[in-house]
Design a protein around this ligand. Structure first.
Ligand code: FER
Length: 248
């Protein structure tokens, strides 16, 4: 494992690179956590190990205001995450051992994966949104954020729950994003994994995305919630077999 920082317009993004075999060239998957998440969460580490198991190198990166990356959590926005992710894609694309690129993200990182997939479609062999929170922009336009209500036409200075607080700019920017456009524009292969008992991002969004994408497979994990707790072995198995099939 190598640990380092990737520069995104002066913001240092904390990264870890895990390669199954550093003597050979091969595929690399960028892996991103969700809202309030980080790279050591159980489901992120399970995904990383599952990819390594299938021979795929993994670049875990923490986005603005998360984990050990620069920036305050309250100041993060999806625009900043998009800027960060574009810097990560450029970094990954220029690594000399990389033959093919993939991107995977959980929840808000899954939405990010959908947005970046469309922006950098030529870079990716496939994208893997896990429990993708692609209703965030729609919720923001409806005055809802993770169950917290606000005035959608008069954005407050901040939106807060008991455990987090974001500035109004999170809402302002989220309201401008149209994930359906990104879904329509990405023609490549998509693997969506989603728990059918997800209480944060309804499973119906995974079904809808799978239908809208040109070439998507939805693999449900039954009896599990947003972070796949208690079902990480199934998550790992789904990811490993996806990449093993990709290699055939
Ligand atoms: C929201 C619904 C889901 C939201 C965030 C999420 C910020 C994402 C959660 C996650 O990344 O785990 O309304 O607002």
């Amino acid at each position: 494992m190598k640990e380092f920082y990737i520069n995104s317009d002066g913001i240092r993004l904390h990264a870890k690179l895990d390669r199954p075999d550093d003597t050979v060239k091969g595929a690399l998957c960028i892996l991103v956590h969700g809202f309030t998440g980080h790279m050591e969460e159980d489901h992120i580490v399970a995904a990383q190990k599952a990819m390594n198991e299938a021979g795929i190198s993994v670049l875990r990166v923490e986005m603005y205001g998360h984990g050990k990356s620069d920036g305050e959590f309250r100041d993060h926005t999806l625009y900043k995450w998009v800027t960060n992710a574009l810097a990560v894609v450029e970094y990954a694309r220029n690594l000399d051992f990389v033959t093919e690129l993939y991107m995977c993200g959980h929840s808000q990182g899954g939405l990010l994966t959908m947005l970046i997939g469309a922006m950098c479609a030529d870079d990716f062999k496939a994208i893997l949104p896990l429990s993708p929170a692609w209703m965030i922009p729609e919720d923001a336009r409806n005055g809802i954020m993770l169950g917290n209500k606000f005035d959608k036409e008069h954005i407050p200075e901040k939106v807060a729950s008991e455990s987090w607080e974001v500035s109004g700019d999170y809402i302002r920017t989220a309201q401008t994003i149209h994930a359906e456009d990104s879904i329509a524009r990405y023609k490549g292969k998509v693997l969506i994994v989603h728990g059918d008992e997800d209480t944060v991002v309804p499973f119906s969004y995974a079904e809808k995305a799978a239908k809208l994408y040109n070439d998507a497979e939805l693999v449900p994990i039954y009896g599990t919630d947003h972070g796949f707790i208690g079902h990480l072995d199934e998550l790992a198995e789904i990811i490993t077999s996806f990449f093993k099939k990709e290699a055939l």
